[in-house]
Design a protein around this ligand. Structure first.
Ligand code: ADP
Ligand code: MG
Length: 689
């Protein structure tokens, strides 16, 4: 497709071009892929007598009367008739000139949402046009597209720009990149036809289908977009197969020695996954493997085994976790496991003091540190590994592809790329996994360690908080430990920790006999660590915390969790939190405290948790309720958002996408590359073809 800058179009100067960048529009062709978010029907006039409340309609009529009335503030009311009935137009903001336009007898057309007012139907602030005496009310030829809005760019402007882009498309249609075998099999229109149709749908278009995003023209584009993303990730995987890595073949005794010393036996699922990993790393190409396993399935020890293997083979291993708390936890558990074996480790985090950081960097660069544990600080400037052979990324759903790539590129040396192991506790439905992790091989830990009991979950309104406090009292009296979690308040970290401190105060007063600790994101790492450690050792019975404990924290004696304002949290997050209990032999409980009344979605969320402990079911429901961006954490992480495809709505396209992709890769690599380029363009940083 041609790449002419937007400024070549009529009516675009540098200032407007800047605004359009906010909509990700840089080239004329980008306009073609800026699809309307909805459509309005101005193809026919609706008789006033036939209006229904809630519809958005085009109406034409004669002004009977215009008057200003005072209803708290001034309203301009214009009474309109077309012979079939009367309609009121209501303006709250209006100029004197506007007021003067509405002379009795004048004809106007207007468009807007029809509502039921005190005296019949009315439209508030309609778009309107005063007709000249010789003029008929004009209707549009096609449905009116409504484009995604951005500040300072009017719909009319976007329509005129897309008009121009469509003209260019007409003169030089974009090449059809999908093989006819696919478009024919799936009965899809050509790319050019689909684009034209969606921008300027004919009057008889099936609007409902288009609004649902299931029109064949939309599916045509969604298919190609999904294909582009999939191909790009597959390229990455293919690339790995051609890259060098240190084959980790030694150290089998170290591994079996480590496993033999563990206080438990690996589950069959863990053994299977360990076997997958060991087979991968023995190859002279980088492993790219995803481990999926529900909360508490024992991913950490699997990662530890991989690290033992790497270190025994003389390379460095690095573990990256999404939060300081989780990284610290790994720092402790790995320390406990590895110190007796004489393995040297280093710690790296964003909040580290300069001296400590320098020391860590030095031992990482010299190779003295065999294991490095940290947060995303691991892949920042200035971190140089001597010989990084294995990268483990925990709780992958918090990181995006780009961060994954950055750490991988970091380890590139004369010996090649490091092996990569990513772990996630967010089990996602198969079709979604296909789309999101096409660059990775996948293993699943589909079994929990023996003796785990499902956590029994109840939802309780805040009004019954006293009962819940009593419950904490009796649980702790009988020797158990409990978490009291306050939600992270998204708009404000400060509010979040204030909420936690308030709860801490309340609980300290209500339960004077208990040893209560407080941990929140605002504390210094050392304080946090002390709090966590005291809880782990049982010195603290009740831990009040913000959601900093969301992932990975492991205290088996804790068997009760209270989650405040549970209605504000997402399903997967609640499931993760709840996974902190149910790790020991005792029956565990989770109490979801909520503020009544609950909205529909919040009610459903809490019901899902009450009904199931199965992470896959939770993930599927979460996907349906929230959409894939939230579930995969792409909002935070910058995985490219899809422009047209919707991973939930279009999930059933994925198997076909996969087949098409494998065919294209085999038969016409050039076309495959062109598809990736078209959809991912410069954003295709991770798909070096
Ligand atoms: P997650 O998969 O959520 O990261 P962890 O790795 O934190 O889970 O493991 C949860 C708990 O289960 C830890 O206390 C861990 O020591 C324990 N564990 C792991 N594997 C087993 C096993 N095979 N048998 C018994 N306990 C295990
Ligand atoms: Mg974990």
């Amino acid at each position: 497709m041609s790449k002419s800058p937007l400024t070549t179009l009529k009516g675009i100067g540098p200032a407007l071009a800047k605004k359009l960048e906010k909509l990700n529009l840089y080239w004329v062709d980008d306009l073609l892929f800026l699809l309307p978010i909805r459509y309005e029907d101005r193809t026919q006039l609706v008789k006033i007598g036939a209006l229904e409340a809630g519809g958005r309609c085009l109406v034409s009529g004669e002004v009977l009367l215009a008057e200003t009335v005072f209803r708290g503030r001034r309203n301009l009311l214009v009474r309109l008739s077309d012979g079939s009935g009367q309609l009121t137009l209501r303006f709250f903001h209006f100029s004197r000139a506007q007021q003067a336009q509405f002379q009795p007898g004048v004809h106007i057309t207007c468009f807007g949402e029809v509502r039921r007012g005190k005296s019949g139907f009315e439209i508030i602030h309609p778009e309107y046009r005063v007709l000249r005496a010789d003029q008929d009310a004009a209707t549009d030829e096609s449905l009116t597209p409504i484009y995604p809005a951005t500040e300072g760019v009017q719909q009319g402007r976007l329509r005129s720009l897309t008009d121009q882009a469509l003209l260019q498309l007409h003169a030089a249609p974009p090449p059809e990149l999908l093989p006819a075998s696919i478009t024919e099999k799936l009965g899809m229109p050509s790319l050019a036809d689909a684009i034209k149709y969606l921008h300027r749908p004919p009057p008889d278009a099936d609007v409902e289908q288009m609004l649902a995003g299931t029109h064949p023209c939309q599916q045509r584009l969604a298919f190609e977009e999904l294909l582009a993303h999939y191909l790009s990730l597959r390229n990455l995987r293919a690339l790995a197969a051609t890259e060098d890595a240190v084959a980790l073949t030694d150290g089998n005794e170290d591994v079996s020695g480590f496993v033999a010393e563990l206080p438990f036996r690996l589950t069959a699922a863990q053994e299977r996954v360990v076997a997958d990993i060991l087979a991968d790393v023995a190859q002279p190409h980088p492993m790219m493997r995803l481990i999926q396993g529900d909360v508490g399935s024992g991913k950490t020890v699997v990662a530890a085994i991989a690290c033992i293997k790497a270190i025994a083979c003389g390379v460095q291993a690095a573990i990256m976790a999404p939060t300081e708390i989780l990284a610290e936890q790994h720092w402790h558990s790995f320390g406990d496991w590895f110190r007796p074996l004489g393995i040297e480790s280093a710690w790296l985090s964003g909040s580290q003091r300069a001296v400590a950081r320098r020391e860590s960097l030095e031992s990482i660069a010299s190779g003295r540190a065999q294991l490095v544990v940290g947060t995303h600080a691991l892949f920042q400037e200035g971190v140089d590994f001597k010989k990084l052979g294995l990268v483990v990324i925990d709780e992958q759903h918090r990181f995006g592809v780009h961060q994954r790539m950055a750490l991988r590129d970091k380890g590139v040396s004369a010996d090649g790329h490091p092996h990569q192991l990513v772990m996630t506790a967010t089990p996602i439905p198969r079709t979604l996994a296909m789309a999101a992790y096409a660059d990775l091989d996948t293993s699943v830990i589909d079994e929990l360690p023996p003796g785990r009991q499902p956590v029994s979950t109840v939802a309780v309104p805040q009004a019954r908080r006293d009962e819940v406090v009593e419950r904490v009292r009796s649980a702790c009296a009988s020797g158990q430990q409990a978490y009291w979690v306050c939600p992270l308040i998204e708009e404000s970290e400060v509010l979040g920790y204030q909420a936690a401190e308030a709860s801490f105060q309340m609980l300290t007063e209500a339960l004077p006999e208990l040893r209560i600790g407080l941990v929140h994101g605002r504390m210094r790492p050392l304080e946090k660590e002390r709090g966590m450690q005291a809880f782990k050792e049982g010195l603290i019975q009740l831990l009040v915390a913000t959601t900093v404990i969301e992932v990975g924290v492991d205290v088996p004696n804790a068997s009760l969790m209270i989650i405040e304002n549970a209605e504000r949290m997402g399903l997967s997050q609640l499931h993760q939190l709840r996974g902190r209990v149910g790790r020991g032999a005792a029956q565990s409980h989770c109490v979801l405290l909520y503020k009544a009344p609950l909205g529909r979605i919040a009610k459903e969320r809490l019901a899902v948790l009450r009904d199931t402990n199965d992470g896959f079911v939770v993930a599927q429901r979460d996907l349906e309720l929230r959409g894939p961006g939230e579930l995969l954490g792409t909002r935070q992480t910058g995985l490219p958002e899809y422009r047209i495809a919707d991973l939930v709505r279009d999930a059933e396209l994925m198997p076909q996408v996969q087949i098409a992709a494998e065919n294209l890769r085999k038969k016409s690599a050039q076309q495959a590359a062109a598809i990736v380029q078209r959809w991912l363009g410069d954003a295709n940083r991770y798909g070096k073809v």
